[in-house]
Design a protein around this ligand. Sequence first.
Ligand SMILES: C[S@@+](CC[C@H](N)C(=O)[O-])C[C@H]1O[C@@H](n2cnc3c(N)ncnc32)[C@H](O)[C@@H]1O
Length: 290
Amino acid sequence: MRDAECIEFLQWALPRLDLRWAGFRKPRRQVCRRITQRVSALGLSGLAEYRRTLESEESGTGEWAVLDLLCRVTISRFFRDRRVFEALGRKVLPQLAHAAEGEGRTALRAWSVGCASGEEPYSLRILWHFEVTPQADGLELEIVATDIDEHLLKRALRARYPAGSLREVPDSWKGEAFRQEETGEFVLRESFRRGVELRLEDVRVTAPPGRFDLVLCRNLAWTYFGESAQRRVLARIASALRPGGLLVVGGHEVLPGDGDDGTVFELLERSTYSKRSRPKASREETSATQ
Ligand SMILES: C[S@@+](CC[C@H](N)C(=O)[O-])C[C@H]1O[C@@H](n2cnc3c(N)ncnc32)[C@H](O)[C@@H]1O
């Protein structure tokens, strides 16, 4: 399939799935490859015929649901956006830990949304071990990691990674957290997998049960989802967070605008938002009281 042909197809199909072409522009080849395989598995002559098949179906059903699953970008690595993890280790996690201890709690809870093969939740787990445990011994970190792709979750369970995935892991932590195999791959040691629960979930539809102190939603919703899906996900995350809980987004991402519905989040520092204890008054409410 020619690149231009795939671009035209994606520009037509993505908005119909409430996904954003702008997010897919750069990493589109991964998605185009999957669509090519799908077209040939269906025995179709090409993208024009695939489009006609989609047009004959109602959105959200049948082939649209298959296409939705194909339109995913799965790139990840340990400690991606190193500066975000530095801020988490230096400031964000110690502050959350301190507050939780002050409330007499024995655990902090974090949710990694779109966890890919485990790189993000395990990075958090490693960071917790090296940066927070020495100061807050006795406080546990429970991590719930969700993804829509069961193959990625199976890889997360195996916790076996190529060297390239670990290129941002500090050298002094690598040896303690991973065991290197003869094949050159790195396997995360069992003690660093403890406390990480993996779940198959679509963040557009559900959130894991319970409330969280910290949510990492990076390089997913704010890059690839369309506007209404972004707003729904933001509302879901807001309900899942405790008041004062924190939401961390990707290095190049910003949350959707607050519109007229009362801002729930405020930017604390680079890529980190705090959930207000009470949402900001909406413009309507403000003018009604004037
Ligand atoms: C680009 S990766 C980002 C992984 C990680 N958060 C990071 O920043 O490195 C996006 C991940 O989100 C997952 N994903 C895509 N759509 C999803 C959805 N609707 N619900 C949950 N996960 C989804 C993909 O399978 C993929 O693993």
